[in-house]
Write a protein that binds this ligand. Sequence first.
Ligand code: C2E
Ligand code: MG
Ligand code: MG
Ligand code: MG
Length: 287
Amino acid sequence: AAKRGGRERVCLFDAAMDESQRFRQIIETGLRHAIAGDELALHYQPIVERNDLRTVGFEALLRWNSPDHGPISPAVFIPIAEESGLIDDLGEWVLNRALNDCRDWPGLFVSINFSPRQFKRANFVEWLDAHVAQAQVTPGNVQIEITETAIFEDTEWAADVLRELHSKGYRIALDDFGTGYSSLFNIKNFSLNCLKIDKSFIEGLGHDKHSAAIVSSIVHLARALGLNIVAEGVETDEQCQMLRLTGCSHMQGFLFGKPAAAAQAAAAHADSLPGTNDGTSRAGVIG
Ligand code: C2E
Ligand code: MG
Ligand code: MG
Ligand code: MG
């Protein structure tokens, strides 16, 4: 019986493997169509600064509406694109679209996500530069979002690439900070402008002592290193208050704006231009 049980387990395991393979295959095939067709969109979510909650930039977030399966989350398809190599074509689409769209909000930056594989390509800087130049966008208006995984696997090489990007004027943000191999001691060796604190820590603010302690120590250490901080996933007034008191320089989350199409994002930007804000719409947010 033991032997039979063992065999069954193997069979179940194989079946699960098959299913996940099949799922991957479906996503991969669908993505190929999506890139060629009209199924992708970039949405933009405001990043605000702490004092007057004015928008200083937008994060570009990829959306895929599959005619066969409906909307699919980037958290699902990006890792598959990354493994299959489709991320190269996808990333090219994202970069071109983001550079084109950001010309509608001069003076604000666009923050673009790059997966480890994209960042690690041999000619990343040249590739980026060529597109930025062609779109006639200033590097200072472009923020590169990378994760810890992208830089801590080959730190010397990553440090060189980041230094080069920095010297060309790009902003560099370390995304999802706190979820990977975070080491604030390593952080000081990289040319970074900003740390984005993962929303899992912001969620805990207000009801979980540990989250509050972690957020406040990240904020203080990052400040000491001269870095900006963006708190991700800010949804409530209470979280916003606590972050301001901690000294967090920037925030992003549904409280300030959900990811939206470029035209809507541009309209929201008009609201937050100096002098055009009557002080009523946003003051309500912080009570
Ligand atoms: P991320 O870069 O950490 O992006 C932040 C995620 O948090 C986004 O999820 C955003 O919609 C969500 N979010 C923002 N504010 C709130 C909030 O107040 N509450 C909650 N619950 N969620 C909030 P999204 O758009 O589903 O993207 C998931 C991830 O997919 C991104 O995480 C990023 O890692 C990846 N991704 C998205 N677009 C791209 C892209 O163009 N290229 C690459 N390489 N990765 C991308
Ligand atoms: Mg991001
Ligand atoms: Mg993030
Ligand atoms: Mg995140």
